[in-house]
Design a protein around this ligand. Structure first.
Ligand code: ZN
Length: 408
């Protein structure tokens, strides 16, 4: 989740006309996570304020336990085959083993690098996929997964897309003209921690030690990038959206930022999060639209088109600026990619669902979501490269989707 404190987020909103000020967004209903002991107190306060309320998930911890039981059963079965699948969630070890497997099977296409070492000694890995037999210049696409620990569907989508791009015939023509950079797990310490116990399942930040006597651990890595740092983020180490003691205070963001700087001229940056089913473009730190908002929105619609087609119309994404749609927040990777690296197409994609399970998306949904998302990406990148079913019509071929007149 990008912009809203995770225990409190808007579920639905609508735009209304406001005299003399154009449209404003009204949040119609909110979803709140409360401790069991606080339940009756919260209900009373809402009654007093005359606000309607109902319990959507009576026991979040029970859902976590259910998920763990399911994973353990699957794990026992999987041990025998040692293969990656997208019918369940995978811990960091599984993901790293999969990266190594991909590197050894599709070795001519894959290169791996470590871009950072975390506080707990884990690697932040970058996987580059490109076809060395085809000449450039190629479109550079950067995909970031797992910057928020508990959003387990994000590394699932990232690893699936990585697999598709490397081995699927459907991607072969696109791969000839593109160069991919995948970060399956941008926050490995946090991700590993979220697998460690039911209580840790909803952990969001990294595991940073906030000073020798700090009571609370972790920095929100998606508030730590150096662009308008501090807006809509917390200075309290105990907050879920703690921005860190300074911009780029964390090894993960420093390493990722440096790697992006050395790759340079990135055309598309996407960071996968959950949940909400939204495609968000910059800015997060202001409600002002970015310079190329029309192009950003058009390419986002291509993603949605691909998803919609693959899901038979069942899944649709809302598209908009992250500031206007989710409230102001700065220090996010998509704003930095757009503003500091001048990546013309920069997005945060909030994966399904829209809130009924939220961060605890059932494992039975994983295969559907990864397939739909990959189809959305295929349409989006197909449009950008003019290849495949989402290519622009032959008559429009000269029309550039590139980005001109960058400001700021
Ligand atoms: Zn997130």
């Amino acid at each position: 989740m990008k912009a809203v404190d995770p225990i409190l987020r808007p579920r639905t909103s609508r735009l209304v006309e406001c005299a003399g000020r154009g449209q404003i967004r009204i949040y119609v209903d909110w979803q709140v996570l409360v401790e069991a002991e606080a339940k009756s107190r919260v209900a009373r306060a809402l009654d007093e304020a005359n606000l309607k309320h109902s319990v959507e998930v009576p026991d979040v911890l029970a859902l976590v336990e259910e998920e763990r039981a399911h994973m353990q059963a699957k794990r026992r079965k999987k041990r025998e085959s040692e293969q990656m699948d997208w019918t369940s969630f995978h811990d960091l070890e599984d993901i790293e083993r999969f990266e190594e497997w991909l590197n050894s099977t599709a070795g001519n296409l894959v290169q791996m690098a470590t871009v950072a070492r975390t506080l707990e000694g884990r690697e932040v890995r970058l996987v580059r996929i490109t076809d060395p037999t085809t000449p450039g210049p190629k479109k550079k696409i950067w995909i970031e997964g797992g910057i928020h620990a508990r959003e387990w569907i994000s590394p699932a989508v990232t690893t699936y897309l990585m697999h598709q791009v490397a081995v699927s015939p459907e991607w072969r023509d696109i791969l000839k003209v593109t160069e991919w950079y995948f970060v399956p797990v941008a926050n490995p310490d946090g991700y590993a921690y979220s697998f460690s116990s039911p209580r840790a399942r909803l952990w969001r930040k990294n595991r940073s030690q906030n000073g020798p006597s700090a009571r609370c651990k972790g920095v929100d890595l998606n508030r730590n990038w150096n662009l308008k740092w501090g807006v809509g983020a917390s200075g309290n180490p105990c907050s879920e959206t703690f921005k860190g003691k300074e911009p780029f205070s964390e090894p993960e963001t420093v390493g990722l930022g440096r790697a992006m700087q050395s790759v340079r001229d990135i055309d598309v940056f996407i960071t996968f999060h959950s949940f909400g089913q939204t495609v968000l473009y910059p800015w997060g730190w202001t409600r002002d639209p970015p310079a190329n908002v029309k192009q950003l929105s058009r390419l986002a619609r291509k993603f949605n088109e691909g998803v919609k087609a693959a899901s038979g119309g069942r899944t649709e994404y809302e598209i908009g600026g992250s500031g206007p749609l989710y409230g102001l927040a700065s220090g996010a990777s998509d704003d930095w990619a757009y503003g500091a690296m001048q990546v013309p197409f920069s997005y945060t994609i909030e994966l399904p669902d829209t809130g009924s399970h939220g961060f605890l998306l059932p494992e039975s949904e994983v295969s559907r979501v990864v397939f739909e998302t990959s189809s959305g990406m295929h349409c989006m990148i197909g449009f950008l490269t003019n290849i495949g079913p989402c290519a622009r019509h032959a008559g429009n071929r000269s029309k550039s989707v590139g980005f001109r007149g960058f400001r700021g």
